[in-house]
Design a protein around this ligand. Structure first.
Ligand code: ADP
Length: 407
């Protein structure tokens, strides 16, 4: 490729000929083409990069604004090019951003560039949101460009918040039902010795009846008081049991898959580190259910945590959660693991309180599960699959669509 310049040459008025200058411009054209390609490349990145991407110059003026950034902030690129990037942030950053850049240009001290940070962005409508900002730098003095990559953290923060709320609810309910279970077990255990004490006291009093002299007469009245107190203690214990047994259940209509998904999120927080693979098989017909959501989630979390703990030492660590609508109209939920299965010493009394094989176990988990499932009109049981592991099942009542409308 050559550029030709041809000029006519004169001497006075007389035309003498032509001068022809030819210059090789192959390289120049190649450079121009490569600049164009790069420009197109940049445009395609800006149009498709899933994170919002903003390029500014040293003065803070926006030079490019990606498609994702347009969606995120609610401005179009043409509106923003040339404007100061500070319009995308709330106060106090908005007024200080020019200083931030100046400070960096003077001192080279990095606060975000190359590090990344969570900051607050402001949309066109004035609303603000948390975002992860990473900034890269290119070019030299006077020609420097900064590229910011922005990830919207709103959804992530909401998920985390929801998880925290769920956790708090579950912990609260666990504590309540653990107390309830403990109380009812205590009541049950105390009832018999109290009844025996009452009986012994009565026997002694009958024996004392045969004597009319002191100190037997006084002893008899003390015995009467003791028997009275024992009866009173028995009464208190019985009242406690009744109170616990009535335990309020706050039922409403829920989608079972969602109830399970939320519970799994809690139960499986550390599943990856523990090398657990989880599988879900949800029958779309097995929903909705009329339940106390938090309580049923507690059952699910208990079963899943037991399974995860049981599999700690196993080569294969698969957790399966399945639901199905049975032919009899009940919904059955199954939590299965590939652990060692249930130890002989707890099998007989698996769902009874205070039976545990764990050093720090209270043995309350499964007995609480049973209390909850039975209060919902269901049943809970355990099976030992031939291939090993443990498989827990429980049933729930299917709230059919017509009941939903019938209230
Ligand atoms: P805790 O977890 O406090 O021991 P639980 O009532 O939840 O109380 O469980 C009682 C016992 O049942 C456990 O200590 C454990 O021995 C056994 N167990 C429960 N689930 C499983 C399981 N998936 N695999 C093996 N053993 C289990």
């Amino acid at each position: 490729l050559a550029r030709l310049t041809i000029s006519a040459l004169f001497e006075g008025d007389a035309h003498r000929g032509f001068a022809c200058i030819s210059r090789d411009v192959t390289d120049e054209a190649a450079v121009r083409a490569s600049i164009e390609t790069r420009e197109q490349h940049l445009q395609s990145i800006l149009a498709t990069v899933p994170d919002a991407m903003i390029i500014i110059d040293e003065t803070g003026a926006i030079t490019s604004f990606s498609a994702a950034a347009q969606r995120l902030f609610g401005y179009s690129e043409t509106e923003l090019v040339g404007r100061n990037v500070s319009c995308l942030m709330p106060q106090p950053d908005r007024d200080r951003h020019d200083e931030y850049i100046a400070h960096y240009l003077q001192t080279g001290e990095r606060r975000i560039i190359g590090l990344g940070r969570v900051v607050v962005g402001q949309r066109r409508d004035g609303s603000t949101f948390p975002m992860q900002l990473s900034v890269g730098e290119a070019g030299e003095d006077g020609q420097r460009l900064f590229t910011g990559f922005i990830r919207d953290l709103t959804a992530k923060e909401q998920d985390e918040l929801r998880l925290k709320e769920l956790q708090a609810e579950l912990v609260h309910v666990s504590r309540l039902s653990a107390m309830g279970t403990m109380a009812s077990t205590l009541a049950h255990e105390l009832n018999q010795p109290l009844a025996a004490v009452a009986l012994y006291l009565e026997t002694i009093r009958d024996m004392l009846d045969e004597r009319d002299d002191e100190p037997f007469v006084s002893l008899r009245s003390v015995m009467d008081d003791a028997a009275q107190e024992t009866l009173r203690a028995g009464h208190i214990v019985r009242r406690l049991r009744d109170f616990v047994a009535r335990g309020e259940v706050d039922k409403s209509l829920h989608e079972l898959p969602r109830v399970i998904a939320e519970a799994s999120q809690l139960a499986l927080v550390d599943a990856r580190e523990r090398g657990i693979r989880s599988f879900f098989a949800v029958d779309p017909a097995a929903t909705p259910v009329l339940v106390d959501r938090v309580q049923i989630q507690q059952v699910l979390v208990n079963l899943m945590r037991n399974a995860i703990e049981a599999m700690a030492e196993c080569p294969v660590r698969d957790l399966k959660v399945a639901t199905r609508l049975r032919p009899d109209g009940l919904i059955e939920v199954t939590v299965a693991d590939t652990g060692p299965g249930i130890a002989d010493e707890v099998r007989e009394q698996l769902f009874t309180a205070f039976k545990s094989t764990k050093a720090d176990g209270m043995g309350l988990g499964l007995s609480i599960c049973r209390t909850i499932i039975e209060a919902h009109g269901g049943r809970i049981w355990m099976e030992r699959p031939v291939r090993g592991g443990a498989r827990f099942h429980f049933t729930l009542i299917h709230a059919r669509a017509e009941e939903e409308h019938g209230g």
